[in-house]
Design a binder for this molecule. Structure first.
Ligand code: UDP
Ligand code: MG
Length: 315
């Protein structure tokens, strides 16, 4: 397959979504056939341990517009998206989740927006029927934090449901970093971008693959990839704590000459714990950045493909 053979490529990363593959495929076909006959659907199986890839294989046997790519293990949503985009040969590439939370009908709106001349059409969810209060609050907090710390702006509640034209896809593929926070990279890239709203439905089958630890990882990736401010903050908190310590020392000396000694244990413990805490947090922050440098310097491939449903495409 050479690049730009299709008008539209749909890229769907998935991890253990056996209950969603068929319904998603059927709904996509209805929507896409109304737009063009020249499309492809790429499912990237991110190391599923259920029957997802078997479902994809049987769909692609009956429909050669469907390509299944099975990664050698679970590399994570963001890398799976990149793998799909690398394999896409459409003039327009649309990424979406496999769980029906990104309504296939919205593809029409994305397509119309791109015809208005936008290079990238992002989406923002209006209401996640599925998301509990915890997910909503953490998500709002995360976007507040990243927009305050980082030099890029990311629309709150934005999703990896997005249309990109060939020009922006080629630019995206030039970004080779290993810790990939797609939303941030897209914002950083520039080009003519717009955002449309969609209303997220409930997950059709299965449960969310983003555990609290994965969400935390995702959030630190986002912040550390786009901002060095946490390093500066830990530096300044060091200065502030040292100043407070200095003032306290002056106060203690004055009291000593006045003949008073300050009661020791409590203040000592509080000080030791606060300073110890700040030191550990600062080391942790440095560690996060160092881990990223380490990751980049190894320069390993982002992922390996285990299997394709059809003949191996040239990318
Ligand atoms: N996903 C993936 N690899 C992972 C985790 C998730 O490819 O390691 C896929 C998942 O199958 C889905 C999309 O990424 O298609 C979004 O995940 P999910 O719906 O679990 O996230 P949520 O909507 O709850 O934020
Ligand atoms: Mg989901």
């Amino acid at each position: 397959m050479s690049k730009i053979e299709k008008e539209i490529s749909i890229v769907i990363p998935l991890y253990n979504e056996e209950g969603n593959v068929s319904i998603l495929y059927n709904s996509l076909i209805i929507v896409l056939e109304k737009i063009t006959s020249n499309f492809e659907i790429i499912f990237i199986d991110d190391g599923s341990t259920d029957e997802s890839f078997n479902h994809i294989t049987s769909i692609s046997k009956n429909d050669n517009r469907v390509l299944g790519i099975s990664l050698s293990r679970n590399f994570g949503h963001q890398i799976a998206i990149t793998a799909g985009i690398e394999h896409a040969c459409g003039d327009i590439v649309i990424t979406m989740d496999a769980d029906m939370q990104h309504p296939p009908e919205t593809i029409n709106l994305l397509y119309l927006k791109s015809k208005e001349g936008y290079d990238i059409v992002n989406t923002k969810r209006e209401d996640t029927a599925d998301a509990g209060i915890f997910k909503k609050t953490t998500s709002t907090l995360f976007y507040k934090l990243i927009n305050r710390l980082a030099d890029i702006h990311i629309e709150p509640a934005s999703a990896d449901f997005r249309l990109m034209n060939r020009k922006s896809v080629n630019a995206f593929l030039e970004l080779k970093e290993k810790d990939r926070f797609t939303r941030g990279l897209i914002s950083w890239m520039g080009f003519r971008q717009t955002t449309i709203n969609y209303s997220a439905s409930e997950r059709f089958s299965g449960k969310s693959k983003y555990s609290i630890t994965k969400m935390f990882r995702f959030a630190t990736d986002g912040i550390t990839s786009f901002s060095a401010k946490p390093l500066r903050i830990s530096f300044f908190s060091g200065i502030i704590v040292s100043l407070i310590g200095l003032l306290y020392a002056i106060y203690a000396i004055i009291e000593y000459f006045k003949g008073n000694t300050i009661a020791g244990w409590t203040s000592l413990m509080v000080t030791v714990l606060i300073i110890g805490g700040i030191q550990l947090i600062s080391i942790g922050i440095i560690g996060e950045y160092l881990a990223r440098v380490f990751n980049e310097s190894k320069n390993r491939p982002l992922y390996f493909v285990k299997e394709y449903t059809s003949k191996e495409p040239k990318i």
